[in-house]
Every structure is written in C-alpha cells, then in structure tokens.
Design a protein around this ligand. Structure first.
Ligand code: TEU
Ligand code: CA
Length: 560
C-alpha cells in the first residue's frame, strides 16, 4: 500500500458562510477564516476543504456558480483568498476548493447565452430536450431537491435538465468545450497553489443518452442506476486527471454519490488514475432509507460495522476512501449517532474515536469538534436551505404530511442543522458576528462554545486535539490491518488494528449501561492511548467493564 500525505491527513471542512464573520454583515467570510487559522491548526488537521467561495446567486449557497474565476463579494476579494492560501500553507496545512462541475448557475454567462436561442454557440453547454407529447417534461426524472428535473425555457420551447434546483442547470460534459472550460478553471486555481479539489456530485457528469425514464424504484437506486455512473464517466475522469490533476502536486476527494462497493474500485483504484479518494453515502445516510424526509430506520450497530467492513473489503489495498459522519448536507453527527440527552460528551468523543481509527482519510466538519448539535427552527420562516424549503412547498401541495410534521422532519434531517453559525464564545450570536446572522444561531451557544472548551482539558474540543495528534503519530490508526472482535455484539464495537509490530485495540460501547468485554490479551501488555473517561475498570485482569459510551484505544506491547 502506498503511504501518501493525503491518506494520513485529516480533512477539516469549512462552510464559509457559517464559519466566522469578520466585517459584521452576518455572513461568514474569508477574513473570518484567516482570523481562525491558528485555531484550525491547533486541531492537528492537515487539509482544509472550503465549500464554494465563487460568485453565485446563492440559490444553493454557492453550489450554483456563476463565475468560476471570481470570489463571491460577500466572502471577500481575490487578495483575501491569496492571503488565506499563503497563511494556510505557512501553518503547514493544505487547502482544497470545491469544484462544482456537474452544473453551474442559471446566471452564469454560459446559460444566459444558451437560453437565448437554439443556435446560440453556448446551447450545447447544457442538456436540452423537446417537450413530451403532452407538452410536459421529456421524462420522469426527479430533481434531488423535489419536482421534475426538467424546466421549460419559454424562449426556445425546450426543456433543460437540472438534477438540483432549476437555478442549477446541468452542464453537458459530452461537449468537449465544456470539459476544457472546467479544466481551465481548475488550472487557474491550481496555478495559484491550491492542493486539490473536493468534487461535487462528480459521478453524475455523464448522462445516459436519450434520457431514458427511471424505473419505479427508490430514489437511491435511481441515483445509482440512472443519474450516476454514466457511460462516459470514466473517460472524463481519466481525461481530467491526465490533463489537470497529475500535472500538479494535488489530489481529488470526490463526493461519491451513487457509488457502491461494487464499482468503487473503478473510481479510486490507483492504477486507473481517476480519483484519489471518495466519500460514500452509506454512513452519511445511515438510517435514511431512500432520501431525506422519507422513511427512517433505527440505529443498528451491527449494520454500521457491516458497512465499514464492506467498504474496507471493497477498497482493499488498491484504492482509498475518506470517512465522514457529517458535513454541510446532513444533520449534526452527535445528534444523529450520539446520545445528546444523557451522554452528550461521552458519545461525541466515542464517535470520533471510532471514525478516526477506520481505514481511510479522516474527514471532519466544522463545529463537530465542539460537539455542535441540531437546531430547532420554530417556523418555516427560519428555514434557509433550498432542499428543505422545496420539500415544504411540495408537501403543501401533496399534503402527504401535516405542516407540523413537515417542519419536524426538516428539524430532524434538514441541512440547516449543519449550517448554523460556529459557536466561538458565549457572547452575542456565539461570537460569530455582531450582526444578526443569515441563519439562526443555536441558542445553546452559551454552554457549547470554543472558548469554554478551550479552557477545559476534558472538553470535546481538547479530546479531538489529543486524538488527532495521536493519530498523526500512529500510522496503525490509518493503515493498520483490521481484525473484528465481537462482530455480532449489537452493543459494542471492538477491533484490533495491526501494522508491523504496532497493534491497537479499540473498544467502543454504544450502550447506555455498562458492557463487559473479555480480553484475550494480558492486561500488562496494554497501555491506554485514548480514553473518553478518566479511567477504565478491569476485573480479574481479564475483563474490561466499559461505561456507557466509553471509548478506549489501547496500544499493545508485544512481550518477547
Ligand atoms: O450534494 C449532492 C447530494 O447528493 C446531496 O444533495 C445529498 O443528496 C443531499 O444533501 C442529502 O439529502 C452536493 C453538495 O454537497 C450539496 O450541498 C449541493 O446542494 C449539491 O451537491 C448540489 O451542488
Ligand atoms: Ca462578513
């Protein structure tokens, strides 16, 4: 297995709009990030991933780009960006940008031209289709954010494809000029010295010819079989790698939407020279059966172990993945997977202990390092996310759920949960801004904030720091060969990892009562590396009694 910096690195994702506001307009910005670089470095992370910072009408908060070469004025200037890059590198960290290349904004010049007439020179930058016989959309494809994936262009009488909002028209990658435009934009940022890209919905760029109807199966399956993994996808990824990425000391982190354990190798096996790594959706969408605001299953630890194992086996020594339990598209990880009511600190610390010892690059999301939780939005007026708003509007028509339940579902699963301002201290708006922020601050900022946790050696924040630092000094966390113990135990997750003569033993209790684990190692050979409780109880030198949500990493000494 090749050991590369980005494999061992920890990625810290920043959602700039919600990170830190430097000029008091209620919107996070680049200078705000620069002001916090020392804080970010103090976490022992290696790579900063910035969600989109380019010009955008913000229908989907920057995931609708209207100019790939510019900085959104709300976020600052190109000079600010250059300084951010320089200051990030100065602290020994890398910076990657979000490449949103499946679609752009309908306010991008390309689309403003393309919609003017059927013979406009930009027409083929997008996907157009004649109406169906009844005048409706050409096929049954649904947008990820509700409604048809086709919108009628009144001027030309044809429909254009948008897998996301109607202000996010899909780019036509079959068109050579589109690909070259994207590669040029990538080179522009790489020439500035950035270290790579996170690639938004990259598995969707190749569309199926003739736009065949989707079968009547769940949305997840439709994504896999109809929207993602299109016929020319791998040719495009190879081309992008060859023409752009390989010419720089840069790496790619793909959003693996629609990718499963069967085809992952085609994307990330190193001899294929396509992508360096991807994050899949099996953990991120854990308990979400077919998409947001639909059916939910209960948490099942064995199922989670199976998923981790499935991906480990699928990727093997040939490929690489990143592991995440949250990002800007999901509710907060501690609210979803932890026990906020009774074992808040313990569960937040235990979850990251689990993630940090899985094979793969660790990918954490801003605010999770202080255990930020979901927000309660009291009325629909407080909701900001287009996905949630579209769902609410659609539900008003279908009346599938009551309005109360719809809001409840938004509160449980909506993306705004992850987008509330970072809670820096207990001052107004959690120290994020002196102005009312663009999105509600979680009122728990008085008790959950960076300042408070900085001063507390036992805080979640300081636990993250210790853990990430320990990971840096122990290759076995990242590359170790995995051996499952207690696989069928639904309450505890126990495993060993081994790299050469280094062995760690990880024990995680997902239960709200004590759990006993019999050791097959001599206790005298075990040293505690990480523990989210002050101590650990060992009975008769052979059995560990794990407290609720206790997580421990032992290092094992081999006694010759
Ligand atoms: O997300 C793509 C994607 O698959 C998500 O929309 C996901 O399905 C959804 O959030 C889960 O409910 C990427 C970005 O991460 C997201 O923020 C963008 O809105 C989207 O692409 C469009 O660019
Ligand atoms: Ca600002």
């Amino acid at each position: 297995m090749s050991l590369t910096w980005f494999k061992k690195g920890t990625i810290y994702q920043i959602y700039p709009r919600s990170f830190n506001d430097s000029n008091g307009d209620g919107i996070g910005d680049i200078r705000g990030i620069i002001d916090k670089l020392d804080y970010i470095a103090s976490l022992h992370v290696d790579i900063i991933w910035l969600s989109p910072i380019f010009n955008s009408p913000n229908d989907d908060n920057g995931y609708d780009i209207s100019n790939y070469y510019s900085i959104m004025p709300e976020f600052g200037s190109m000079q600010d960006f250059d300084e951010l890059l320089e200051q990030t590198h100065k602290r020994g960290m890398k910076l990657i940008l979000d490449l949103v290349a499946n679609h752009c904004s309908d306010e991008h010049m390309w689309f403003e031209e393309a919609k003017k007439s059927k013979d406009n020179s930009y027409r083929d930058y997008f996907h157009w289709s004649k109406p169906a016989k009844n005048g409706g959309p050409p096929n049954n494809w649904k947008s990820f954010f509700g409604g048809s994936a086709w919108e009628l262009c009144e001027i030309t009488g044809e429909y254009y494809l948008h897998l996301f909002t109607k202000k996010q028209p899909d780019l036509n990658w079959e068109n050579h000029s589109v690909r070259e435009e994207i590669y040029d934009a990538m080179r522009f940022w790489l020439d500035k010295g950035i270290d790579g890209f996170r690639m938004d919905v990259i598995p969707l760029i190749s569309k199926r010819p003739g736009y065949p109807d989707a079968p009547d199966v769940g949305f997840r399956k439709i994504i896999e079989d109809v929207y993602a993994n299109g016929p020319n996808l791998h040719a495009y990824l190879k081309e992008m790698n060859e023409k752009v990425i390989t010419n720089y000391d840069a790496f790619s982190l793909a959003e693996g939407v629609g990718i499963n354990e069967k085809n992952v190798g085609l994307y990330v096996n190193k001899d294929r020279k396509e992508l360096d790594m991807l994050y899949h959706f099996d953990i991120l969408e854990f308990t979400i059966v077919n998409g947001k605001f639909e059916e939910i299953t209960s948490f099942d630890l064995i199922q989670m172990k199976r998923i981790f194992k499935k991906w480990r086996d699928a990727v093997g020594n040939q490929g690489w993945i990143a592991n995440a339990m949250g990002n800007h598209d999901f509710a907060r990880m501690v609210s979803r997977f932890g026990n906020v009511e009774k074992y808040y600190q313990e569960s937040a610390k235990m979850l990251i202990t689990m993630l940090c010892t899985q094979n793969g690059t660790l990918n954490i999301y801003q605010g999770d390092e202080i255990g930020m939780t979901n927000i309660v939005l009291e009325t629909i007026d407080e909701v900001r996310d287009v996905q949630s708003l579209n769902f609410y509007e659609e539900n008003k028509k279908t009346k599938r759920y009551s309005e109360e339940l719809a809001l409840q579902l938004i509160n449980n699963e909506g993306r705004d949960n992850a987008r509330t301002p970072i809670q820096w201290n207990d001052e107004i708006n959690g120290g994020f801004s002196i102005q009312t922020p663009w999105i509600k601050t979680n009122p728990n900022y008085k008790t959950i904030n960076v300042k408070k946790q900085d001063d507390d050696p036992n805080s979640i924040l300081n636990f993250y720091r210790t853990l990430l630092k320990t990971r840096k000094n122990h290759d076995v966390f990242v590359y170790g060969e995995f051996e499952e113990l207690e696989f069928d135990n639904p309450k505890v997750y126990v495993y060993k990892k081994r790299l050469g003569s280094d062995i760690i033993l990880v024990m995680l209790n997902f239960n709200t009562i004590n759990e006993a684990i019999k050791l097959d190692d001599n206790v005298d050979t075990l040293e505690i590396l990480i523990n989210n409780y002050p101590d650990i109880e060992i009975k008769n030198r052979t059995t560990c009694i794990l407290k609720p949500y206790q997580g421990v990493i032992f290092k094992k000494y081999i006694i010759e």
